[in-house]
Design a protein around this ligand. Structure first.
Ligand code: SAH
Length: 210
């Protein structure tokens, strides 16, 4: 149930749902999602669904991870990427296979500790994860080619677009729980360009540390 066959079934499903980036599909096919969830849920790890990870949080649905990653990467090899909301670290692990260096911020220490352990076990050496409030971004490491936010604020935190490189993209769900709009904000030479992607459902992005 945690075999390569179940992973291939998942990537086939994502392809049918419209994911076209072969690099994103390969990253999902290579990543042992069962390591990122509780053992009791391992048999459902390759279902295309969100699952609980404790502390009232969830591991995102694989389709949403694929969709957001595809929009972020947009066919490019990324240099530095920032993720807000490490959670169990699954989305981080996907990004680690597509970017030179991944920075990730989590506000719940216990989740961060679990994610760090997995990065170590699975040898994702290009990930730096820290405890903090993602609303502030990671100014010491800016600018980023991409910023991906895995929790939904009610409006775009001002600091995040400012930490994008020119041509960089911010993928972020905005709105109250139940009905959020996934946005792609691109930094251009003279400002920002906004595009609406899908409707999504994320846990809220909170203020301050947990
Ligand atoms: N990418 C994760 C999704 C986890 S759910 C995964 O694949 O598992 C969203 C995460 O965002 C939660 O762990 C939550 O604690 C975190 N979060 C919410 N608000 C935050 C904030 N202001 N700063 C950092 N992390 C935040």
């Amino acid at each position: 149930m945690t075999s390569q066959r179940s992973r291939n079934r998942l990537t086939d499903q994502l392809r049918e749902m419209g994911i076209t980036s072969e690099t994103v599909l390969a990253a999902i096919g290579n990543t042992p999602r069962h390591i990122f969830v509780d053992e009791a849920l391992a048999s459902r790890a390759y279902d295309n669904t969100a699952l609980p990870i404790g502390h009232n949080q969830t591991i995102s649905q694989p389709y949403v991870v694929a969709r957001m990653t595809e929009a972020l990467v947009n066919g490019n090899r990324m240099d530095k990427v920032l993720e807000i909301g490490t959670g169990c670290g699954y989305q981080t692990a996907i990004l680690a296979q597509l970017a030179r260096q991944v920075y990730s911020i989590e506000r719940i220490n216990a989740l961060l500790a679990g994610a760090r352990e997995r990065f170590h076990t699975l040898r994702y050496r290009n990930v730096k994860a820290r405890y903090g409030d993602g609303n502030k971004g990671w100014p010491e490491q800016a600018p980023f080619q991409g910023i991906l936010v895995s929790a939904a604020p009610t409006s775009v935190p001002e600091t995040l677009p400012q930490q994008l490189a020119i041509g960089g993209r911010l993928i972020i769900p905005i709105g109250r729980s139940g009905a959020q709009q996934l946005l792609c904000i691109t930094r251009t030479d003279d400002g920002f360009k906004k595009k609406n992607l899908d409707m999504v459902s994320f846990v809220p992005m909170l203020q301050g540390r947990g």
